[in-house]
Design a protein around this ligand. Structure first.
Ligand code: SPD
Length: 431
């Protein structure tokens, strides 16, 4: 059918009401829907750029050879504002309209169409633009499809965004949380829980080496290790590098985290079949409550952030159980969030542990984790029998271990330096 408009372009301004709030907050889903809507309408997609807004909403644009499709969403109002702007008569923007209405599960859609560059108001020049194009410009004109889609880990005030390849490799809502895997450009595969980065292939080493080797190179003779959380397997992999360890128990509440990691993060989950590793899918809090006293030499709390199922892993009662289950020379380390991203959790845990262990038996240390918001991450170390994390370190042994194991972050100097806290962190911990 011949187009009825007599203009250079068609601009359709769309209002979608009563949409699914969940869909409107989902960056990859919106990007995929917009690209699909552009393609099905007959457009040639050149690039896309989509970001998450804090605390809610997505903003993005799909550039097409025939102009663009743009969107901004307000999930809290179940509302999306969409612009469909197409030039020429080869694209049918109303097809995009219908597809997006379905994709966003909109109860109502309305739109107005404006003709842009009405021909009766324009005067065509004689210049043949084609003659003005040199060879280099012509090469640039060949459309090359590129996507700019971002995963964002944020709270109300701070966010970290990482660009990924656009598709979500894994997404499952378990009974506890939402588990996702993305393929990022700079950090390899990324595992996220409830939209927070848990680990990435490229910089997981800092976190997993520091939560593990600090206590294991200080404890005189650890044999039995308990990991609470750690469903990606990275901490277990590091623990099992120590040949004197006889048994490792890993208690992860969410089987979906283990499955996603086994499927998409093989370098991190590589120890799951190790004969010394006993994996229990269950509640770590209950497990510890039922465990015999003095049953572990080292306990590592490799939790997600204190939301959802991990809230209890920041509770003082849980750490009373940790204390009870440690052997007399036992050491525990817990991931304790970022001084800037979650000061309350970090300081709260430190102060609770000082009450449960002796005040001088508790030490905070830091590591640089580029893919966690602010990049500065803390761990809290507590010892039952007085093993000081620096006085009890044998540097030569730590160096030999780190070299033989081919570690990427931990070494004896980093071990010592990690306990040197910036003044503002010292002040936070003093309360
Ligand atoms: N905000 C990120 C906190 C994640 C801490 N645990 C990560 C699990 C990696 N094994």
């Amino acid at each position: 059918m011949k187009p009825t408009f007599n203009a250079l372009g068609r601009h359709i301004l769309v209002e979608f009401h009563g949409c699914s709030a969940e869909v409107l907050n989902d960056v990859p889903r919106i990007e995929n829907s917009m690209i699909n809507a552009a393609k099905k309408a007959g457009a040639t997609v050149i690039s896309s750029s989509f970001h998450h807004f804090s605390p809610f909403g997505v903003s993005g644009v799909v550039v097409i050879q025939e102009s663009h499709l743009a969107i901004h969403t307000w999930p809290e109002y179940r509302y999306a504002a969409v612009d469909l702007f197409t030039c020429g008569n080869t694209v049918s923007p109303w097809i995009s309209y219908e597809l997006l209405k379905q994709a966003f599960e909109a109860e109502n859609g309305s739109a107005i169409e404006i003709n842009r560059g009405q021909l009766e108001l324009l005067e065509r020049s004689d210049i043949d633009v084609g003659e003005l194009r040199d060879e280099a410009t012509q090469k640039l004109m060949v459309p090359k499809y590129s996507r700019s889609v971002w995963f964002t880990d944020r709270d109300e005030n701070i966010a970290l965004s990482i660009r990924h390849k656009g598709d979500r490799l894994f997404w499952q809502k378990s009974p506890y949380q939402s588990v996702e895997v993305y393929d990022t450009f700079e950090y390899g595969k990324l595992l996220a829980i409830d939209s927070k980065v848990m680990c990435t292939e490229r910089d997981e080493h800092g976190y997993h080496e520091m939560i593990t080797h600090i206590p294991l190179l200080v404890h005189p003779e650890a044999k039995r290790v308990l990991i609470i959380g750690g469903g990606d397997g990275g901490t277990a992999r590091e623990v099992l590098r120590h040949p004197h360890i006889e048994a490792v128990t890993l208690v992860e509440i969410d089987a979906v985290v283990i499955e996603a990691s086994k499927q998409f993060l093989p370098s991190i989950s590589s120890a799951f079949d190790h004969p010394k590793l006993n994996v229990i899918v269950g509640d770590g809090i209950q497990y510890l409550a039922d465990a015999p006293a003095e049953s572990f030499d080292v306990i590592l709390i490799d939790s997600s952030d204190p939301e959802g199922p991990a809230v209890g892993l920041f509770n003082p009662d849980f750490y009373k159980g940790v204390y009870r289950c440690l052997t007399p020379q036992g050491i525990m380390v817990s991931q304790s969030e970022s001084p800037r991203f979650n000061e309350r959790a970090m300081v709260g845990l430190y102060q609770s542990l000082q009450k449960i262990f002796e005040p001088e038996a508790v030490h905070c240390y830091l590591a640089f984790i580029a893919t966690y918001p602010t990049g500065m991450w803390s761990f809290t170390y507590a010892t039952k029998g007085g093993s000081h994390p620096l006085a009890n370190l044998d540097d030569a042994k730590a160096t030999a271990f780190a070299e033989a194991a081919g570690l990427q972050y931990y070494n004896a100097a980093v071990h010592r330096a990690a306990f040197a806290l910036p003044t503002f962190v010292q002040q936070m911990l003093k309360g």
